[in-house]
Design a binder for this molecule. Structure first.
Ligand code: ATP
Length: 237
């Protein structure tokens, strides 16, 4: 458990696809301003856990709480309005629209004067988006699109980000940039983050705590620094 009050609390989650259960009795929590990573082999149930928390997949049993309210089986649209935002593994940007249009769409829950203010803020934080505001998202590089996804999450005034493999497919220098951005969002804006990562080294470098998921069950919960110091942490998977 985090030392601080959890912003997201998942208790005894069971879920899956069709009649096949993929996640068994998973409990985890994320404190305000905390970065928590969920790691494990392919097919361990990491994305499934995030989707159930976001309201993209039905919860079969268990409870999800966000900001101290029960959100089990709430719609993802309602969860976005509450301040929860998930960045999917594939960049969730509208490729035919420009950077500016994507940001505008992402602010659908935000009043327009407030949206203009946040947009200035996003451009300051992510100058690459300001430089390319008129460019169609589909013509940007993978790293730039990932930055745009983060910009869109900020436009929705998210309090918490659920990140599904933010480093996927990125060159090492861009992985560093995306991880640096996540650290900055937490330090400067107090965002909370639950991040699924295959790049365990990078994830443990910026995370406060980590959960290891194996075959749909949590097998380890540990401070990221303690896990980093284990010489054989791969054995835990
Ligand atoms: P990866 O690192 O490969 O993305 P993961 O830990 O995120 O893996 P999940 O995507 O959560 O794993 O998958 C957990 C289990 O659920 C796997 O056995 C997977 O085959 C199954 N699964 C995932 N998505 C679906 C789906 N849409 N329909 C049916 N089964 C699915």
């Amino acid at each position: 458990m985090p030392a601080i009050d959890p912003i997201l609390d998942i208790a005894g989650l069971h879920t899956g696809y069709g009649s096949r259960e993929a996640v068994f009795d998973v409990s985890l929590s994320v404190g305000e301003g905390e970065v928590v990573t969920l790691v494990g082999h392919n097919g361990a149930g990491k994305t499934t856990t995030l989707k159930a928390a976001m309201g993209l997949l039905a919860v079969w049993a268990g409870e999800i709480r966000f900001l101290d309210r029960r959100i089990t089986n709430s719609s993802s649209a309602a969860n976005v309005r509450r301040g929860l935002c998930m960045l999917l593994e594939d960049d969730f940007v509208f490729r035919d629209l420009t950077v500016a249009e994507n940001l505008q769409l992402a602010a659908f829950t935000t009043a327009s004067d407030r949206a203009a203010e946040i947009r200035r803020d996003v451009f300051e934080l992510l100058p690459v988006l300001a430089d390319r505001r008129g460019q169609r998202a589909g013509t940007m590089s993978g790293g730039e699109r990932r930055m745009l996804s983060v910009g869109m999450a900020l436009m929705s005034e998210a309090r918490m980000l659920l990140l599904d493999e933010p480093s996927l497919g990125l060159a090492p220098v861009l992985v560093e940039q995306v991880m640096g951005l996540i650290e900055q969002l937490v330090a400067e804006r107090g965002l909370s983050v639950l991040m699924v990562e295959q790049n365990v080294d990078q994830a443990l470098r910026i995370a406060d705590r980590a959960y290891v998921l194996r075959a749909g069950r949590i097998v380890v919960e540990e401070d990221a620094s303690a896990l980093r110091q284990r010489s054989q942490w791969w054995d835990l998977f």
